[in-house]
Design a binder for this molecule. Structure first.
Ligand code: DPP
Ligand code: ZN
Length: 874
């Protein structure tokens, strides 16, 4: 199929003023009657064309007249109708088959035929699997929805919008009607029907609207929804306070399902969540998962303004809502928890997922120029890098300026389908700043490399910082232009004190931290009145999504690691130092960098003045994927071994007795409370245990086994299990058996049981994965389960997946083909694990190529999977 291009965008010939849906729900067969009131200019309009995939058309009429075969044509996903005009009403009745739908797109069944419930997923192009419609985000219509179903089987009927009546039908079935006063694109349509329980709360918005907040789930997990309800209330208050945004319907429904392709979906008034991001309780959720629930609840809620009230003109603009909403969620989570820890977590995620994407064959701009399958563009680049771009611009405008800009954005575009240009214009106009230079960030793929070089002139007492930028070619973009890169910086003297900054050209000193903007290939910045050679702390808070290259000495990095007041940059200095240590330590010979890294961390460890959670992060070197990202010929087994030996050095430097003592100290707080201090202790305790096992495996295994047995919550239990399993402890099998049994009826907990085993490093992993896929609890049909085993293995376990014999590749390629027949979206996502294969060392590289080429040649691959496989192969 030909790609769809941004530059070919045309406004729709036809739009829809209103749609009335009447849906007769059944598990095997659901009938959808749709009446759409058209809007179009008959003079210049093309014939009416509507999207519709695999719909069994039962009846069709235009303005009350049943259409004959010559009046319309339905083929290849398009319904074409002649003689429609502005104001015409087209009525169609179609049949769809929810239970047979394994793609989890459109209308489908979650759970069993006997007990499951029906639900929809329409973003990006699922609505065309439900009825005929112009399935594009710039067609906004008023939705009126009536659901009809058997009352016993489907006691709960929900759709987006406000409730507008319900009752019993003559045949004994019941009905419920919903009217959404806000015109919306069809990707925001949703319905849910089945046996569900709820918890609810009244909420009064800042502008005085009484709202019912209702969370729905199957009965057995409804008591695990309370945390999400609290989080929902918190994020609603926060959005009122921070952005002046109020909720705009009388009800806000949130529904949990175990069968979902994405994390969650922001359908207007009826959010639908992957249970993984809604359910939380101490016995089955880790601290990280609690934070993820809070973050995703907020993300979907925030979409109500950034996504729903102002939506996207076309799918190329996806980051307009996703990047912006990720950014808003990151701000919220930082406010609720800790700014530096959140920043560290987000930057680590960016480096683990987005940087490799941007450096390989799948690289694409935050606003892609073309795509074949839009579902393949819900990527780390659109989401995470997109958020970094908003952050850069927000930093440029300052807190108040950004709020002014957002206010203007909402004022101008409420009720509209907007573009990235609209967004930048509103932010810029409100601040009388031209932000168009930032558009280049949206159009250009690849991670810029920022090179920094400092020179000190003792005679003139000047420090000159030369910054230069370079972005490597990416597919389809051989030439790169320079981007505006805001660099937040401070200068430290050698005792670790920040120096006043007097930039040449400025009238006077401007504090001890400031932003300079590099917007040319190379630029010099001169700082005056600097009394001794300083150590620059660059890119503070990660002020731009770039790779910083600066020739720091180990001592300079150690100084920043010890003294930098910016929590993020402190961590960053440690990461850079660990990178240096990794590059320079060979065959047991410790380099100066390795020594400096170990010494600095050991000192911080002993000092006990640093927050426990931050310390845990400082004690963690970059991941294997980040190390691999910097190498031209990747040997994942070697990287794993080298990273292990680096950690071993660190553990040795701290020493068994200090590690043990700290472990014991941290173990005194054994209650699964959610307070930050308790969470921090658990995080550090896990890290200490992981270091201890490198020095004294027997002792650490005993402690881990005890921790597993006595854990009062999932965080401690899973940490212990993971240490036992990954380091092949004799106690591992008993703990695994216990976990399997204890959580047999808890799919989210059981997913962790699969994952922890799929992440066993090295060649042992494959046999484990092969054994686990024969576990009766394993199924490819459930996305969470498929990801928990194959996703964990292929995407998060480099030394396990990348075997020299290629058996890891062969297994995943085979499963991809099977998965593709069931659920193309999930198959395509999993296939991205092959990204980066071109940079593997030759033996693995040819094995990976073989597996990929074999997969590419299979008959009947979905457009989703073929796009990823052919892009990865190129
Ligand atoms: N549900 C996905 C998200 O919220 C797509 N909109 O990011
Ligand atoms: Zn989103």
């Amino acid at each position: 199929t030909a790609p769809i291009r941004l530059r070919d965008y045309r406004r729709p010939d036809w739009s829809v003023e209103a749609i009335e849906l009447e849906i007769d729900l059944g598990i095997d067969s659901t009938e959808v009657t749709s009446r759409i009131t058209l809007h179009g200019d008959p003079a210049k309009a093309e014939p009416l064309r509507l999207d519709g995939e695999e719909l069994e058309l039962l009846t069709i009429s235009l303005d009350g007249r049943a259409l004959n075969a010559e009046d319309y044509r339905y083929e290849k996903g398009v319904l074409e109708v002649s003689d429609a005009h502005g104001g015409s009403v087209l009525e169609t009745r179609v049949r769809v088959q929810p239970a047979a739908n394994t793609t989890l797109e459109g209308l489908y069944l979650s759970g069993s035929r006997e007990h499951g419930f029906l639900l929809t997923q329409c973003e990006a192009e699922g609505f065309r699997h439900i009825t005929f419609f112009p399935d594009r985000p710039d067609v906004l219509a008023r939705f009126t929805v009536t659901l009809r179903a058997d009352r016993e089987r489907f006691p709960v009927l929900l759709a987006g919008g406000n409730p507008a009546g319900s009752g019993t039908l003559a045949d004994g079935r019941h009905w419920a009607k919903f009217v959404d006063p806000h015109p919306k694109p069809c990707y925001l349509f949703a319905l849910v029907a089945g046996r569900l329980e709820n918890i609810q709360r009244d909420y009064l918005t800042a502008d005085g609207r009484e709202v019912k907040l209702v969370i729905w789930s199957e009965a057995n997990v409804i008591d695990r929804c309370h945390y999400a309800l609290d989080a929902l209330e918190r994020c609603m208050r926060w959005d009122e306070h921070k952005y002046g945004r109020n909720y705009d319907l009388d009800v806000f429904h949130v529904v949990a399902t175990h069968d979902f392709n994405m994390g969650a979906m922001e359908n207007k008034g009826l959010n639908i969540f992957n249970a993984k991001y809604l359910l939380a309780d101490p016995d089955s959720s880790t601290d990280e998962e609690y934070r993820a629930v809070e973050a995703v609840v907020a993300h979907e809620y925030f979409h109500n303004w950034t996504g729903n009230r102002v939506t996207c003109r076309d799918w190329f603009q996806l980051s307009l809502k996703e990047g912006l909403t990720v950014f808003r969620e990151q701000q919220f989570s930082a406010d609720m928890n800790s700014l530096p820890l959140k920043r560290i977590e987000d930057v680590a995620l960016l480096r683990r997922t987005q940087f490799p994407e941007d450096a390989g064959p799948l690289a694409h701009p935050v606003r892609p120029a073309e795509y074949r399958e839009i579902n393949n563009f819900y990527t780390a680049t659109v989401y995470e890098k997109g958020s970094e771009l908003v952050r850069m611009i927000a930093g440029r405008l300052g807190q108040e300026g950004f709020r002014r800009g957002m206010d203007l954005y909402f004022e101008r575009h409420d009720g509209q389908a907007a573009t990235i240009e609209h967004f930048l214009s509103a932010l810029g106009d409100a601040n009388r700043i031209d932000l168009t230079p930032y558009l280049a960030w949206y159009a250009q793929a690849g991670t810029p490399r920022l090179h920094a070089k400092g020179e000190y002139d003792s005679a003139r007492r000047e420090y000159t910082l030369t910054l230069s930028q370079q972005t490597r070619p990416t597919p389809g973009q051989p030439e790169k232009t320079p981007l505006p890169i805001p660099v937040k910086l401070s200068l430290f003297d050698r005792s670790g004190t920040m120096l006043p900054l007097h930039l040449q050209g400025d009238a006077q000193v401007d504090g001890t931290e400031r932003v300079i903007v590099l917007d040319k290939p190379s630029q010099r910045f001169v700082f005056k009145h600097v009394s001794a050679p300083p150590v620059p702390s660059l890119l503070r808070g990660f002020s731009a999504p770039v790779v910083l290259e600066c020739d720091y000495s180990p001592e300079e990095l150690a100084l920043l690691l010890t003294h930098d007041a910016d929590g993020f940059n402190r961590w960053e200095a440690g990461q850079q130092l660990a990178m240096l240590a990794f590059d320079t330590s060979h065959d047991g010979n410790d380099s100066a960098a390795c020594k400096a890294w170990c010494d600095a961390l050991a000192a911080l460890f002993t000092l006990q003045t640093i927050d426990d959670a931050l310390l845990a992060d400082l004690l963690t070197p970059p991941g294997e994927i980040e190390f691999a990202d910097r190498q031209s010929e990747v040997d994942p087994a070697k990287i794993h071994a080298q990273r292990q030996s680096l950690q071993h050095r660190l553990a040795e430097r701290i020493g068994v007795s200090d590690l043990l003592a700290r472990y014991r100290l941290l173990s005194t707080d054994s209650h699964a409370q959610l307070e930050a201090a308790s969470q921090a202790k658990r995080r550090l305790k896990r890290r200490v245990l992981e270091l201890l096992v490198l020095l004294d495996a027997d002792q650490a295994h005993e402690l881990a086994a005890k921790q597993y047995d006595s854990a009062s919550g999932m965080t401690d239990r899973l940490a212990a299990l993971s240490v036992l399993v990954r380091t092949n402890a004799t106690q591992a099998s008993a703990a695994l058996a216990h976990f399997r049994e204890r959580y047999a009826d808890n799919p989210l907990a059981l997913d962790k049981w699969f994952t922890v085993q799929a992440q066993v490093p090295g060649d042992a992993a494959l046999a484990i994965v092969q054994r686990l896929e024969n576990d009766p609890a394993f199924t490819l049909k459930n996305p969470n389960r498929a990801r928990s085993l194959f996703g964990a293995f292929a995407s998060t376990n480099p030394s396990g997946f990348h075997r020299t014999d290629g058996a890891g590749y062969a297994l995943i390629a085979e499963r991809l083909a099977q998965l593709d027949a069931l659920n193309p979206q999930i198959a395509a996502r999993l296939a991205t694990a092959f990204n980066g294969w071109q940079r593997l060392e030759p033996v693995r590289r040819s094995a990976a190529r073989l597996a990929l080429e074999g997969l590419a040649q299979r008959e009947g691959l979905s457009p989703n999977l073929s796009e990823i496989v052919s892009n990865v192969l190129q």
